[in-house]
Design a protein around this ligand. Structure first.
Ligand code: HEC
Ligand code: HEC
Ligand code: HEC
Length: 475
């Protein structure tokens, strides 16, 4: 009995330091600096955009990173998951290696592939230091919330997550962003941020047949539901080659560059929640890199989008304008001129932009002009809230019909833009598109891929089955 007591005491004294070694995880494993750094990395990566519980969630308490944000797809919703450190309902049980695998390879702790609504193809380039900082932040800087986000249950065959592996094998480059010795540290930092956390290419790059980003024409522009993420390559006509680096930086930090462009839609969200909160040096670094992205020209473009139009053309447009443009001019006078000025010069302090020298009015694609009339502008930078009301069906000012928006748009294009017309049909299409466009796009990406891959697998099985059958018949 006594021997046993001594033995267990001895074992305990042996085990104590071991236990202390196995348990120190809690407070001591991450420094306060690492956790803070992780918070910054999470802002740059805009995790909250998808992982915070939606505004409609009951009570909104514990909304931060608790998941449940629905990414609507035609087949059903894909819900973001709870990534708080709750061990039972969140990612509290994830080891750092498992966390890194989820971020860079899109593989969950249980080994199942995630849907690409989670932008792991961009996060794949993240450095070990940043992944570590993110892990520190998610384990120690985020409050655990013991609540399960609604489960994603897509109908068969889209519930077979395994098929994502085939797409990953084709298109996921699981490698870190390398330092290019041909450029300085600032440029390299900018490239790293733009390619990984900033994930500019998820919106701004055109996509191929299997919805993969076309790397050959990176950042040459891509549709986002009702919006269009424009060409931001260094091309002087189709892209932003005519912008100074300071202007690019100002756009990212504030979403507003007089005489060039303003950020609405998905870009306003990225500016509000992520880019406007980054350090000046990180913003300048991104601008330095973006200014060097290889030029891609769209042969249809004649002059830069921001260069069209001039002040004082209103009367001339009314006299010489087409029938729809004249109807549009009346709408403009009644609904827009109070803010944007009779001649489209904007407000004297520059807070309300001019409509000449405005990339949204001059762009060869009319998507953003229609979208901004439908949805308005909503952006917050620091304590400044930039708001233009929308004129879509839920407008608190005045809902406009497709015909009215076409007339108004045609007037704007003919007075301050390239001179073409906007049709009712174009407005109808834009209106039917969700404003959660990037998420929708990503969800669709997943859906299209799954469908194609499944068809591929079935075809391959049939062929193999066919071959086996043929061999059996021969034998
Ligand atoms: C564009 C939306 C979006 C962004 C931005 C995003 N996520 Fe996700 N994430 C998702 C969705 C949707 C899922 C669930 C996908 C599924 O169920 O297949 C997910 C799943 C995850 C998972 C797997 C958790 C589990 O369920 O086991 C982790 C970990 C994760 N995200 C971390 C992050 C981090 C860290 C960031 C920021 C650096 C981030 N995500 C940014 C949409 C996003
Ligand atoms: C979630 C999608 C999304 C992401 C991510 C995104 N953008 Fe955008 N971007 C847009 C959309 C949409 C517009 C058009 C906004 C408008 O006209 O109101 C835009 C507009 C711009 C413009 C203005 C171009 C012009 O000619 O008017 C620049 C510059 C730009 N983005 C740079 C970037 C950079 C750099 C990044 C990454 C650091 C980035 N964007 C990330 C969607 C996105
Ligand atoms: C209450 C004032 C107000 C009214 C009314 C208004 N706007 Fe605006 N408009 C703004 C503000 C503010 C911005 C954004 C400024 C910024 O982003 O910094 C803006 C931006 C724009 C842009 C650029 C958006 C982009 O994405 O680049 C266009 C185009 C535009 N307005 C057209 C219109 C038209 C057409 C009407 C009438 C149907 C109208 N506005 C009515 C205040 C207004």
């Amino acid at each position: 009995m006594r021997a046993l007591a001594i033995l267990s005491a001895a074992l305990l004294s042996l085990a104590a330091p071991l236990a202390a070694q196995a348990q120190p995880t809690a407070q001591s494993r991450f420094t306060a600096a690492e956790i803070e750094r992780g918070r910054y990395v999470a802002t740059a990566g805009d995790c909250a955009a998808c992982h915070n519980a939606p505004a409609s969630a009951p009570g909104r308490e514990g909304a931060e990173m608790a998941g449940g944000y629905p990414i609507v797809s035609p087949l059903g919703s894909i819900y973001s998951t709870n990534i708080t450190p709750s061990r039972t309902h969140g990612i509290g049980a994830y080891s750092e290696a498992e966390f890194a695998r989820a971020l860079r390879q899109g593989i969950r702790r249980d080994g199942a592939p995630l849907y690409p609504a989670m932008p792991y193809t961009s996060y794949a380039g993240l450095s070990d230091t940043d992944v570590h900082a993110l892990y520190a932040y998610f384990m120690k800087g985020v409050r655990p919330v013991d609540r399960t986000a609604p489960a994603t249950s897509l109908p068969f065959p889209f519930n077979i997550r395994t098929s994502m592996r085939a797409w990953n094998a084709l298109f996921l480059k699981d490698e870190r962003v390398k330092v290019d010795p041909g450029h300085d540290a600032k440029w390299n930092r900018g490239r790293y941020l733009a390619e990984t956390l900033g994930h500019c290419s998820t919106c701004h790059s055109p996509r191929g047949f299997l919805m993969e980003e076309k790397t050959g024409s990176a950042l040459a522009g891509g549709p986002l539901g009702a919006w269009y993420a424009p060409n931001i390559t260094s091309d002087k006509i189709s892209g932003i080659g005519g912008w100074s680096q300071a202007e690019i930086a100002q756009y990212l930090a504030t979403g507003h560059v007089a005489g060039k462009a303003q950020a609405a839609g998905d870009m306003a969200e990225a500016v509000t929640h992520s880019f406007s909160k980054l350090t000046r040096s990180d913003i300048d670094a991104m601008a330095a890199y973006i200014a060097t992205v290889p030029a891609v020209r769209d042969e249809g473009d004649k002059q830069p989008a921001y260069s069209y139009g001039k002040s004082g053309t209103f009367e001339a447009a009314i006299r010489g304008g087409t029938q729809p443009a004249m109807a549009g001019a009346r709408l403009y006078s009644g609904l827009c001129a109070a803010c944007h000025g009779r001649d489209g010069d904007g407000s004297p302090d520059g807070a309300i932009p001019s409509l000449h020298h405005n990339s949204t009015v001059g762009a060869s694609r009319t998507n953003n002009l229609i979208a901004v009339i439908l949805h308005g502008v909503d952006r917050t930078v620091g304590d400044r809230h930039v708001l233009m009301p929308g004129f879509g069906e839920n407008s608190f000012v005045q809902p406009l019909s497709n015909l009215q928006i076409a007339e108004l748009g045609t007037f704007l294009r003919q007075t301050f833009g390239p001179g073409d017309a906007i049709s009712e049909k174009q407005v109808e299409i834009a209106r039917s598109q969700s404003s959660l466009s990037i998420l929708l796009l990503m969800a669709r990406t997943g859906m299209v891929l799954l469908a194609l891959i499944l068809i591929g697998i079935v075809a391959w099985r049939l062929r193999r089955g066919g071959l086996r059958h043929a061999k059996a018949t021969l034998a």
